[in-house]
Ligand binder design. Structure first.
Ligand code: ATP
Ligand code: MN
Length: 463
């Protein structure tokens, strides 16, 4: 007797095998012929396996006929070819063991068709639904593709810190990490004295591993970091989380064009892998979540990404004859409405915008010869907007220091980072891809809260 998964039991090659299955009851239906059908799922795949539980089972009347949706079971039996449509196999049970019951009155997933909003309130149970099972498997596949893609190309996986004293963007939006008692903080000159704090200075949760991963790019060549990042900005949008996962490759001797080439190949690889290795889940998304999903992904796979300077994009938006919620002008940041117009309506394909105004972008992006723009690039995709942000980094010490001062930062606070320019500096580039934005893009899901297991957003850190 082999312990196998539902995914294995659903394959025709399993016919004839004596197996043990462990999982949760999706539904039970009792036939007039004195036996029952149990739809069993164990998370290994989208589909259930149908178990036929004969009336002869010793616990048929006492337990099997009372199995509720959500109950956990162990089932022994033989895999048979199924006479029913839409399934290759079924399992004829010789033993059904009820492991844990789920009360029919109170189990929240008793009925189908809950809204995503409701399911967020039971985030600990939603992985038992078709949609969230599919999302979990897709996240797993994308994470694997990320490692496969970089490992195959000789990148080194570097673990950058979660707690940091440097603010990568120089902006606000940081979560403070402290052991100071908020009710009686140590003070000097009326202000909290952070020299008495755990790290002897203010510390935060990282918004990006980039600065630290640059140190490894500038010694080992091609590297990437992949982990959680944190942003305390109060943006209650369907595309922002306070805690999200980001993969950040960083490459020595890469310029912006190399960076764009890599980003494009990377995104295409992720899409191809999802279509190949998550075919059943992708079909589910296309049927139940977003009818356009395959067309959108094929379009991205089969077209080169359009590379457009920021300045040209602003001209296009000004000539679009639209009224925008946020005004378009050279020097203004592009908002989601502008990004989506460019990729969904104007170019109708993924777009890489580059050479943004220096005032819009962080200090570490390389200044162009025009003095007005920096070697930044954002990758925009239909359905989501910005999915990748990256740049060629400023490798010239004097210009980097000047850019820090220009943005109100003290170069002394970044001495170690400046050392990378002081000793053996090299041109280098990198980018950050948001994992959850990628899952939104692949699945067609509308809200980023529904593509991460336990979302953290303003006012919400349940579970
Ligand atoms: P946006 O302008 O959309 O707020 P950003 O420019 O602040 O994003 P970057 O700092 O460039 O984002 O981060 C790189 C990538 O990380 C983004 O392209 C996006 O995919 C993802 N990302 C950024 N902020 C968030 C967030 N709050 N929640 C989820 N993903 C995010
Ligand atoms: Mn960005």
């Amino acid at each position: 007797m082999d312990k196998i998964t539902v995914a294995e039991a659903r394959r025709v090659e399993a016919v004839g095998r004596q197996v043990r299955l462990r999982g949760w009851v999706r539904t039970r239906r009792d036939s007039k012929g004195g036996f029952s059908f149990i739809e069993l799922n164990d998370g290994s795949c989208q589909g259930n396996v149908q178990v036929v539980a004969p009336g002869e089972l010793g616990n048929y009347e006492t337990e099997v006929k009372h199995l509720h949706t959500g109950a956990s079971v162990v089932i022994d039996g033989e895999v048979k070819a199924s006479p029913a449509k839409g399934q290759a196999t079924e399992v004829l049970a010789s033993r059904v063991e009820r492991v844990g019951d789920a009360d029919a009155e109170s189990y929240p997933l008793q009925k189908k068709g809950h809204t995503f909003e409701f399911l967020r309130t039971i985030a600990h149970l939603r992985p038992r639904t078709n949609t969230f099972g599919a999302i979990a498997r897709l996240r797993n596949q994308v994470s694997k593709s990320i490692h496969d893609f970089f490992q195959e190309q000789g990148f080194l996986y570097v673990h950058t810190p979660i707690v940091t004293a440097s603010d990568c963007e120089g902006g606000g939006a940081l979560f403070r990490v402290t052991t100071i008692d908020p009710d009686s903080p140590p003070k000097v000159d009326g202000k909290v004295d952070y020299t008495k704090d755990f790290f002897h200075k203010p510390a935060y949760l990282t918004v990006s591993g980039q600065l630290q991963v640059e140190a490894f790019a500038c010694s080992m060549g091609k590297v990437y970091t992949f982990g959680p990042t944190f942003r305390a900005e109060n943006s209650n949008t369907p595309r922002h989380l306070a805690e999200f996962w980001m993969v950040e490759p960083e490459m020595a001797f890469f310029d912006l064009t190399d960076d764009m080439d890599l980003a494009e190949a990377f995104l295409k690889r992720i899409i191809r892998d999802a279509l190949t290795h998550c075919a059943e889940d992708m079909k589910f998304f296309a049927e139940r979540v977003d009818k356009e999903v395959f067309a959108r992904l094929e379009n991205v796979l089969n077209n080169p990404f359009r590379r457009v300077p920021y300045t040209e994009a602003v001209d296009i938006l000004l000539k679009a004859g639209k009224t925008w919620e946020f005004p378009v002008a050279w020097g203004n940041d592009l908002q989601s409405e502008h990004e989506r117009y460019l990729t969904e309506q104007h170019f109708k394909c993924p777009v890489i915008l580059y050479d943004y105004p220096r005032t819009l972008k962080p200090f570490y992006m390389r200044v162009n010869d025009d003095g007005k723009t920096v070697r930044a690039m954002d990758v925009l995709v239909p359905g989501v907007g910005e999915i990748i942000g990256g740049s060629q980094r400023e490798e010239r010490l004097d210009i980097l220091e000047e850019r820090m001062r220009e943005q109100g930062l003290h170069p002394e606070g970044y001495a170690w980072y400046l050392d990378l320019r002081r000793y053996g500096t090299v041109p280098h580039a990198g980018f950050g891809l948001g994992l959850e934005r990628t899952i939104l893009f692949l699945s067609g899901m509308a809200n980023i809260r529904d593509v991460i297991p336990f979302p953290r957003t303003p006012g919400s850190a349940e579970f």
